[in-house]
Design a protein. Structure first.
Length: 292
């Protein structure tokens, strides 16, 4: 567990996935070779030449509040377009309970964006229906993200198989009246501020956590791998707006270096986050203390 002032931060792992190095379009593989020493073993497997992508859920607690940040890929999901998330059995639900997270006691589910690997455990199966996994929580979703994923709006022109994520993880919690739709600049309470970080997804939203002079910044998919702190112009092929993703990454890195903020992304391997320190004209990566 990590402490940021009065906040306690922990995580529950769903899975570590092999990620082909073509995650980064136009990647110069000699750069991976030059950085191999520090990237192994948690970010890169040199023997198989694959990056390592963590899927996990962040848990943020203060007093009697329990906030979950994103909900992984989920089990038993029909995801024909995303084989790595199709009909899986990874049991993140059991992992949460083993980590002392009572789903009924979660008050907020903060969804950074609505991609397939971030919303899976919004719901759980009950008979032939999908019902909210966190029945007493408010689910925070960006208006822009909802618009982009809704089959009757932004997603209307996309293949129907791509609508599944919305239909079985987003619609059931909307129908249950549990969603708070946000612009991405609101507060979740004292010391908890949303920050728009668009690009990878149109309404992607980060969460700044500040207490007693310390800051952690949940930046989700602004970066997928720590090598992007050294090479911030590298985008993942999954970034929906490539120029905007670069612009946001530059802003986040400047902020992190200026403020000394601990960056907590969604997919970094152990220790799951770290600092961007100025180095020459750019930045270097300093891993977080290994406490999570
Ligand atoms: Zn992601």
């Amino acid at each position: 567990m990590l402490e940021i002032g009065d906040f306690r931060i922990s995580r529950v792992e769903e899975v570590v996935l092999d990620e082909p190095v073509d995650l980064f379009a136009g990647l110069d593989e000699t750069i991976i070779a030059q950085n191999r020493e520090w990237m192994e073993p948690h970010y890169y497997n040199g023997e198989r030449n694959v990056l390592q992508s963590m899927i996990h859920v962040w848990i943020l607690r203060r007093g009697d509040r329990t906030i979950i940040i994103d909900t992984g890929g989920g089990d038993d999901r029909d995801r024909p377009l995303s084989p790595r998330f199709h009909m899986q059995k990874r049991h993140l639900d059991r992992g949460l309970i083993a980590a002392g997270v009572d789903p009924e006691a979660v008050d907020t589910v903060f969804l950074t964006h609505l991609h397939v690997d971030h919303v899976g455990w919004n719901t759980k199966r009950e008979g032939d229906r999908w019902v909210p996994m966190f029945p007493n929580a408010r689910y925070i979703m960006s208006a822009k993200e909802l618009e982009a994923r809704d089959p009757e709006r932004g997603a209307a022109s996309k293949p129907p198989a791509s609508w599944n994520t919305y239909l079985d993880t987003v619609k059931p919690v909307l129908d249950a009246g549990l969603v708070d739709v946000v612009e991405g600049t609101e507060s979740l309470g004292d010391g908890l501020d949303m920050v728009p970080i668009p690009g990878h997804a149109p309404g992607m939203t980060g969460l700044r956590v500040r207490s007693k002079g310390q800051e952690a910044f949940f930046i989700t998919d602004v970066m997928h791998q720590p090598i992007q702190i050294l090479y911030p112009e590298w985008n993942s092929k999954y970034c929906e707006n490539q120029d905007m993703a670069r612009e946001t990454r530059a802003k986040v890195l400047k902020h992190a270096a200026d403020e000394g903020a601990l960056l907590l992304p969604s997919h970094f391997g152990r220790p799951f986050g770290g600092y961007a320190r100025r180095d020459g004209g750019g930045y270097r990566f300093e891993p977080a203390p290994d406490v999570m």
